[in-house]
Design a protein. Structure first.
Length: 150
């Protein structure tokens, strides 16, 4: 056998170096991928909460009594209680209204002057929360909206 002839393939040292390099790349890539997934989950939760806020804003602005607290009451839907489907809630788990905790609090009436007579409107504080995936806590978005007075 010719001493200069070499068999085709990698030597053991070359294979070990390749495995070590791949392990180093994976070590640095895994945390970045995990951060990207976490950010994606947060943004998906926020997008779904914005959809729920928009739905409730429309209902309150229209004076829908199913959602508008009477007097100074507060309506609370715990996780799993807000089940009515609404437009824009398709496409992901975060679009399911049952995964949100919602609070609608009456802030009282306000008078808007639009001429010689004022219009009485009711102020509401809306809060929509969802459970976060990473730390088992929850994140919330808040909004105020006006609707017809009682």
């Amino acid at each position: 056998m010719n001493p200069r002839a070499r068999l085709q393939g990698f030597t053991l040292i070359e294979a070990i170096i390749a495995i070590v390099l791949l392990a180093l790349i994976a070590t640095y890539a895994a945390p970045a991928l995990l951060r990207a997934q976490t950010i994606n989950n947060v943004l998906a939760g926020q997008a779904g909460a914005i959809t729920v806020l928009g739905f409730l804003t429309d209902r309150l602005s229209d004076g829908d009594n199913r959602y508008a607290p009477v007097g100074t009451n507060t309506y609370v839907w715990q996780y799993g209680e807000l089940k009515e489907p609404f437009a824009g809630n398709t496409g992901s788990d975060y679009a399911n209204p049952a995964i949100y905790r919602t609070v609608i609090r009456s802030l009282g009436n306000t008078t808007v002057t639009t001429g010689p007579e004022g219009t009485v409107l009711k102020n509401y504080a809306l809060t929509v929360c969802w459970k976060t995936v990473t730390d088992a806590g929850e994140e919330c978005l808040d909004r105020t909206v006006v609707g017809p007075a009682d």
